[in-house]
Design a binder for this molecule. Structure first.
Ligand code: AMP
Ligand code: ZN
Ligand code: ZN
Length: 399
């Protein structure tokens, strides 16, 4: 008799606790971090994306999300997920040279982007996984690499041709799965690419913003249909903004770069990285060209947080506001929009919207994107790794 009672009791305990874990599983939170590449802070007013405007109104928002320097895609995406300035996480630009590896990292180099040796800090998906929270990335710079011995539980090899609708459908499938990830990333590039090609105010950029808006509407509707609106938070960010550029205000540097005093240079329209054999001669030569500054590494203003890393070259050249570098040896086209400038320039700011059970309707002062990392860790109930943020967003998160 006692035997049977004990058995029944065990069955009851198992049934009760598994039901309990099942319920807890259902209640656990998921943060979907969405990046709309190149979505300038004022595109909501300018291009009127209806769904984003409604999320902004009913969620936590700010006028502007301030990027890190340089205001480029890779450094900023990686700052958002690590809470570190570029000098501290090491992805100092989209392309850079490492003197110890004697190799150049580039966003277009599949092998490099998937190689963990380039990445410092601890991305949120690693922080999460280490503490037992599953992560799935539908693209994010760094998500293909093994960092601190770990990758996201699920990740995809970057392919910009994958349609937005496929990305959203996959995220919804992850949400429906029994093993719902706690952290999900989702990335869209077209607002940035249209902004470059046609300019920030163009009809093409407006259409790209509207398209991403309708995809995000589908995502929200999907979350509601699955019945997860009480546990899923959307954190919508962009990595940087976009400034107008044109051929008239371009500084052609192919000639300068060919002159003998430069050992190595890395070109972008908003920054040249320079290693020189003869700095004095190089500076003299540069004097003949206007509309940019040549800055020695030790003179880079402290606010850029762009000094303490061996990958930062001895010299950088940056164009004055309204100007861009061009290099006809590499590319003859001049874009209608660009970014990469001083991160405190307003045009370089992005967007931030937090929407879901962890957020109330509130608009707060502009803040730096390095604050997003600890905010997500806080929502997920995990301990963040060392970072440069000041926990500024935590007071705004609902328990
Ligand atoms: P930018 O020149 O700073 O505007 O960089 C934007 C480009 O980065 C876009 O054209 C994307 O195709 C590319 N990109 C974004 N995410 C990734 C990724 N995870 N892997 C490789 N390239 C990416
Ligand atoms: Zn970008
Ligand atoms: Zn861009």
């Amino acid at each position: 008799m006692l035997h049977i009672v004990l058995k029944l009791f065990t069955v009851f305990i198992i049934f009760f606790t598994s039901g309990f874990t099942f319920a807890a599983e259902k209640r656990k939170k998921t943060v979907i971090l969405v990046s709309i590449d190149g979505m300038r802070w004022d595109y909501l007013k300018l291009h009127q994306p209806k769904h984003l405007m409604s999320l902004q109104k009913t969620g936590l928002s700010t006028e502007r999300l301030i990027p890190v320097f340089p205001s480029k895609t890779f450094p900023n995406h990686y700052s958002i997920v690590t809470g570190l300035y570029a000098e501290n996480h090491g992805i100092i630009s989209n392309r850079f040279y490492d003197p110890d590896f004697n190799e150049t990292y580039s966003l277009g180099n599949n092998k490099a982007v998937a190689n963990g040796k380039w990445y410092g800090g601890e991305p949120i998906w690693v922080t999460a996984r280490r503490q037992g929270v599953r992560s799935a990335c539908f693209f994010w710079p760094g998500s293909e690499a093994e960092i601190k011995g770990m990758r996201p539980n699920i990740y995809k090899k970057y392919d910009e041709r994958v349609p937005g609708a496929v990305r959203v459908a996959q995220v919804l499938e992850w949400l429906r799965s029994d093993n719902r990830p706690g952290f999900i990333s989702l990335y869209f590039s077209e607002v940035d690419s249209k902004g470059h090609k046609y300019g920030p105010r163009s009809m093409e950029t407006k259409k790209a913003v509207q398209k991403v808006d309708s995809l995000l509407f589908d995502l929200s509707r999907g979350i509601n249909r699955i019945g997860l609106e009480g546990v899923v938070d959307l954190v919508i960010v962009s990595d940087h903004g976009m400034a107008d550029s044109n051929r008239k205000n371009s500084i052609e540097v192919s000639g300068l770069l060919k002159k003998a005093f430069i050992d190595r240079s890395i070109f972008s329209s908003t920054m040249l990285m320079i290693w020189s054999k003869d700095v004095k001669k190089m500076a003299e030569l540069f004097e003949t060209t206007r509309n940019f500054d040549l800055i020695a590494r030790q003179d880079i203003p402290a606010r850029y947080r762009f000094k303490n890393n061996k990958r930062i070259p001895p010299y950088i050249a940056v164009p004055h506001q309204g100007w861009v570098f061009s290099n006809s040896d590499l590319d003859n086209r001049i874009a209608m929009g660009t970014h990469g400038y001083d991160n405190t320039q307003k045009d370089m700011s992005g967007v931030f919207i937090g929407h879901g059970p962890s957020f109330g309707a509130q608009k707060i002062k502009p803040f730096e994107n390095i604050e997003v990392y600890t905010m997500i860790a806080h929502i997920l109930g995990i301990n963040p790794a060392k970072n440069d943020g000041k926990d500024l967003l935590i007071p705004y998160i609902k328990p």
